[in-house]
Design a protein around this ligand. Structure first.
Ligand SMILES: [Zn+2]
Length: 68
């Protein structure tokens, strides 16, 4: 059973989450009533108000194209 351990050691020490996939998230500005799709965002580019981070389908585990 332990014969698989050696080949998996590298993976455990070097974990990078989905490097081929850019992490995009939804942000909603309640002031402008606009939704932005950005990878990182804290303020609305239009009114400089703080934006709310909206959970994406992927984060909810409800992705329409669940390719696992
Ligand atoms: Zn705004």
């Amino acid at each position: 059973m332990n014969q698989f351990t050696a080949s998996r050691t590298v993976d455990e020490t070097h974990q990078e989450p989905a490097e081929s996939q850019p992490v995009t998230e939804l942000y909603t500005c309640t002031t402008c009533d606009e939704t932005y799709i950005k990878s990182d965002m804290e303020q609305c580019p239009q009114c400089d108000e703080a934006v709310e981070k909206t959970p994406t389908f992927a984060e909810l585990g409800l992705g329409p194209d669940s390719r696992t």
